[in-house]
Design a protein around this ligand. Structure first.
Ligand code: HEC
Length: 170
């Protein structure tokens, strides 16, 4: 293995060889190619459920269930970055600029990080408290921003697929 200092100078050299404009461009996040609404349905809803479900379990969670909860907590953390990135949805640009949107998304990020910490310490009671705060945030934001009917016709898959591949009613 190369010494760390050598590795770093090789990396520095590689960066130095690239034109500045290219580096600038690479630092920009890639655009979100779907509506935020679709992220809500395909990612956030599932990830949040992955926090609420284990928290509500009446029996201690197995290692496998903790592993699953960890992945959902990670998805939830990552999703908050997507929620602050305007995608192709009609209202995305206006939403991400709104101070309330920013505030609730920031709080959701904090709560999601706490969910991950609860999972890391296998603390089911703490996961439950975090889940309660999470649901309040979903509701607060939906109350202000979510129209009565889905604005883009994007709705959740009506049957929740269990991780073992079987289908269960929602
Ligand atoms: C920062 C604001 C915000 C937060 C926080 C938020 N949502 Fe949403 N969500 C929206 C908006 C706005 C829509 C509606 C999009 C539309 O129809 O135009 C939506 C739509 C949805 C939908 C699609 C179904 C429907 O009725 O349109 C689901 C499912 C959903 N959200 C789940 C969640 C969950 C679960 C959480 C919390 C973990 C959450 N959302 C947190 C803003 C938010």
């Amino acid at each position: 293995m190369l010494p760390r200092s050598l590795l770093l100078s090789v990396a520095a050299l590689a960066v130095a060889c690239q034109p500045a404009a290219e580096i600038e461009q690479e630092a920009e996040p890639l655009p979100l190619g779907v509506p935020i609404n679709a992220v809500m349905v395909a990612l956030i809803d599932f990830a949040a459920d992955g926090v609420w479900r284990p928290a509500a379990s009446e029996t201690p969670l197995t290692d496998e269930q903790w592993l699953l909860a960890e992945q959902d907590a990670v998805n939830l953390i990552a999703s908050t970055t997507l929620m602050t990135t305007p995608g192709t949805g009609t209202n995305d640009a206006a939403w991400v600029k709104d101070p309330d949107w920013r505030r609730w998304t920031t709080e959701m990020r904090t709560v999601a990080i706490e969910a991950k910490a609860a999972v890391d310490t296998k603390d089911q009671a703490r996961l439950g408290l975090v889940g309660d705060r999470l649901v309040e945030l979903c509701q607060a934001c939906h109350q202000k921003f979510k129209p009565g009917l889905p604005s883009m016709g994007i709705t959740r898959f009506p049957i929740y697929p269990k991780r073992d591949g079987t289908l269960t009613p929602p």
